[in-house]
Design a protein around this ligand. Sequence first.
Ligand code: CTP
Length: 403
Amino acid sequence: MSILNGKNVLLGVTGGIAAYKTAALVRLFIKLGANVKVVMTPAAKDFITPLTLSTLSKNPVQYSFTTEDNDTVIWNDHVGLGLWGDLFVIAPATANTLSKMASGTSNNLLLATYLSAKCPVYFAPAMDLDMYKHPSTMESFEKLQSFGNIMIPAGSGELASGLVGEGRMAEPEDIVAFIEQDILGKLPLRGQKVLVTAGPTYEAIDPVRFIGNHSSGKMGFEIAKASANLGAEVVLITGPTHENVTHSLINVVPVVSASDMYNAVHDHFKTVDIAILSAAVADFTPKVVATQKIKKKSDTLTLELERTKDILASLGEIKTKQYLVGFALETNNELENAKGKLKRKNLNLIVLNSLNDKGAGFKGNTNKVTFIDNTGDIAEHDLKSKTDVASDLLNKIIENRHA
Ligand code: CTP
């Protein structure tokens, strides 16, 4: 899954011949799962029609401050548009528009949107070679970059004028690849490896029965997604769940029993930087697994269970550089129990779920947690979606590792 999946991409199209390539650019963004809205300068409409871009982007295209609809005049909200974008890509960016952006001119909707946007702004210049090299254009490039805007350099080749040189807009595929790399490169967990355990484990009693628990796996899957969205390479070791995820940075390793999970975790632990163990691992497993289905011969049945290995504690014993996070589900004396677990299992942080809190725990989409770290810091959070809890947890880990 691309890092652009689910992102709001605002595409600004200005009046240069390369505008015809924005049809392909919009399609690429859409294919990667982005939401796209297009804003054009009036001149851009001479090169590609708003209808083409609105059809491809599945959104209305705007190019003026107002739109007349029968006898009504509708104000096109450039502020709302600017705030909607997670990123603003101006492609092609002509010398004229770049110069206006650099000077703060806002005499069209695209420029006003640019001034309103708070998100990262990328611009892909497109112009003839002498215009590209002109000192005033160079000055625009420098000034815009000094504002934090990101330039996607033009390529060299044959230009619309017939001349050969620098100034050709980067190809749509290259623009997308540039943006993906740029976003990934700036992510705080880029280059880091994260191991996550999720879900329940199933302990076989006989070929058709098992001992399991109600864990849905949601929390662990959200943690895996949050880690990947921050740039980490993730190995998600999960017991049987209905959850699924497709992300280029997440490697899903399905397991069934506590013993399978133990082995899979130890196969990966040495190479990871962060390990977050959110799985609800069975503490006991049948001592003997019947090879045939157990028949109901008597009124009672006694199963002998033995302890499973504590995966989290085993990692606490061997960890070197790894930041180790465990979960604690408590019903009474919560803080004290969680602090005890943090120390006993040699963790860096423990996430406490109290079963006394409404909306917290196994099955739902929400959770209420308290983070306790090995410096003694205790941070209590409100009831939140599991997505937000995962994001809070990753932020806390990043903060602590930099402290
Ligand atoms: N855990 C684990 N391996 C096990 C059991 C638990 O890795 N065999 C991990 C869980 O993933 C969780 C943490 O240990 O991160 C806490 O599990 P919990 O069952 O709450 O605590 P225990 O240490 O098992 O203590 P107790 O059952 O006595 O509360």
